[in-house]
Design a protein. Sequence first.
Length: 87
Amino acid sequence: MKIKVGKENLQKTLAKLQGIVEKRTIYPILSHVLIQAKGEIFLEATDLEIGLREKVSGRVEEEGEICVEARKVYEIVKEIAQGGSLF
């Protein structure tokens, strides 16, 4: 998977997902966010009661999907310089 996404768009969406993902759970997958790049870019998270799937504007260069820890990727995105891009 290879995508180009603006920092502001990605950070805004990840901030929304922070309220949904579980911090402490017996199912570690619930603390992760699914990033899908298949023509369009979507980020998705759930706590098994509430789920959020949001489209992020960007460019898909190579399709794929990955599940990453939501908190860690959010912290990484926050540290990127203004106007930067990720992935």
